[in-house]
Design a protein around this ligand. Structure first.
Ligand code: NAD
Ligand code: UGA
Length: 465
């Protein structure tokens, strides 16, 4: 079996950066080079001040600090890194298509294809090419076709090795992965490539957690894993709406059903809706694939997960408007949290964006605070929706840096990200500063109902009447 000692990863994003940092950290004999066409991003990965890395993840800066400059490198020299490596991970973005066939559903594979063409062009020695990005089933076929038609004598072996880390816990997820999935061909060369990649992970993970499958099962498993996880959130969120009508309590229901070992307790927290760069994109992709293969019932089934999530975000904003006497024009409303979950600075598809948009349409005056997201990002997220002009967004929404000052004379506070710090706020002091009656809308269920009612708040918590 080939011993891997030089790895290249194309794409220094939320997956490429943390994943390669952990590989380098756990495999001192392997030189890992992460490359990206975005020079600013690479410069940030190389920054002296580890607090300025482009991604915030607990534990990341320590790992980068230990390995960078030894066997972990971040570079814009894509061609050089490709040619030197024995194993190349493709870890570029695969967003939902915004144009042409499959617009709004299919995955846009242009970045992946560019990587394949780049590898085909510059490789002078045999390579194992690893799909790390999340890809539609059978993408490996297209990659293989591009690589095999490069006109060179170089042999390429394609593996699928989807990533299962969740943001906010990326380092822990990588260090203690439930499983690693490696899909490859059943030929002797395919088996050798799978074993070579397995050996990399065996540096820190037990062999029995490294699963080998065929390429197509591996590609499809990734979409299915995300679809199942998102489905659980939509399922519990659908029941949260019913709880609010019936005096049942969603936390009690999650607990009661989660005790059934066949159901299990995880991913049953009702919320304002799931966000993140992947759940929606991957389900839309699954829906598109099912429809393309003539399976409309399958497509409709999974599409409902997205429909329910959109409903939950809309329902939360409507609940706020209705409770605030059906008029929020000119009312000061504080939004706590903008990231799609705690412990990350990632805001992609965050429910906060859609709740804010709905409130701004009613001409509310919003003040937003998130401990890890800056004003530039918040405005960019809103401008991207194109609902209002950038000037209007800046007029109606301000970004706060001092969470206590911003609540002065506010009508309402809405909690949109479950940052731990929000639980520790002095809610009595907040109540004193707000206009009365003072409202709190808890989209993350992080505060105690009794505590908030005792202080005097009108307190709405998702899933409780
Ligand atoms: P990202 O947008 O953070 O990073 C992708 C990077 O690839 C960008 O920095 C971009 O500049 C770079 N890139 C694009 N084309 C390039 C090219 N031709 N050459 C060099 N660099 C190029 O994306 P991400 O969140 O890291 O996601 C990457 C993939 O991993 C996606 O398919 C995603 O679905 C999947 N995934 C993401 C997560 C997550 O938590 N974010 C988890 C599991 C899987
Ligand atoms: C998710 C998966 O958990 C990862 O396994 C996968 O690798 C990744 O997508 C991906 O492919 O990108 P991530 O989106 O980073 O990870 O974070 P999650 O913890 O899954 O949370 C997703 C969203 O669901 C968040 O908005 C979160 O707040 C919400 N959520 C999660 C709930 O509302 N309730 C829950 O019980 C759990």
């Amino acid at each position: 079996m080939q011993k891997i000692n030089k790895i290249c990863c194309i794409g220094a994003g939320y997956v490429g950066g943390p994943t390669m940092s952990v590989i380098a950290n756990k495999c001192p004999d392997i030189q890992v080079t992460v490359v990206d066409i975005n020079a600013d991003r690479i410069a940030q990965w190389n920054t002296e001040d580890l607090d300025q890395l482009p991604i915030y993840e607990p534990g990341l800066k320590e790992i980068v600090g230990e390995s960078r400059g030894k066997n972990l490198f971040f570079s814009t020299e894509v061609d050089k890194a490709i040619d030197e490596a024995q194993m190349i991970f493709i870890s570029v973005n695969t967003p939902t298509k915004t144009y042409g066939k499959g617009k709004g559903q299919a995955a846009d594979l242009k970045y992946v294809e560019l990587c394949a063409r780049n590898i085909a062009q510059v490789a002078t020695t045999d390579k194992i090419v690893v799909e790390k990005s999340t890809l539609p089933v059978r993408t490996a076929q297209a990659i293989k076709s591009i690589l095999d038609n490069s006109g060179s004598e170089v042999n390429f072996e394609i593996l699928s090795n989807p990533e299962f880390l969740a943001e906010g816990t990326a380092i822990d997820d990588l260090l203690h992965a439930d499983r690693v999935l490696i899909g490859g061909n059943d030929t002797p060369e395919g088996q050798a490539a799978k074993d070579a990649l397995s050996a990399v992970y065996e540096n820190w993970l037990p062999k029995e957690r490294i699963l080998q499958t065929n390429v197509w099962s591996s590609e499809l498993s990734k979409l299915v894993a995300n679809a199942f996880l998102a489905q659980r959130v939509s399922s519990i969120n659908s029941i949260s709406a019913l709880c609010e009508k019936t005096d049942a309590n969603i936390a009690e229901i999650s607990r009661a059903i989660g005790f059934d070992s066949r159901i299990g307790p995880k991913f049953l927290n009702a919320s304002v809706g799931f966000g993140g760069s992947c759940f929606q994109k991957d389900i839309l992709n699954l829906v598109y694939i099912a429809r393309s293969f003539g399976l409309p019932e399958v497509a409709d089934y999974w599409e409902q997960v997205i429909i329910m999530n959109d409903y939950q975000k809309r329902r939360f904003a409507e609940q706020m408007i209705q409770t605030l006497y059906n008029t929020i024009s000119g009312k000061k409303i504080v939004l706590l949290g903008w990231a799609f979950k705690k412990d990350t600075n990632d805001t992609r598809e965050s429910a906060a964006i859609y709740v804010a948009d709905a409130l701004l349409e009613e001409r509310a005056e919003l003040v937003v605070y998130d401990p890890k997201v800056n004003a530039e990002r918040i405005y960019a997220d809103l401008d991207y929706l194109n609902t209002r002009s950038p000037e209007e967004n800046r007029k109606l929404l301000t970004v706060a840096t001092d969470p206590m000052e911003m609540v002065q004379d506010a009508h309402a506070v809405a909690i949109l990200t479950e940052w731990d710090a929000f639980k520790d706020y002095d809610w009595t002091a907040i109540y004193d500063k707000m206009l009365k009656p003072a409202f709190v809308f808890d989209g993350r269920r992080i505060l105690g109902t009794k505590q908030m009612n005792d202080i005097g708040f009108n307190y709405y918590k998702i899933g409780e009447s």
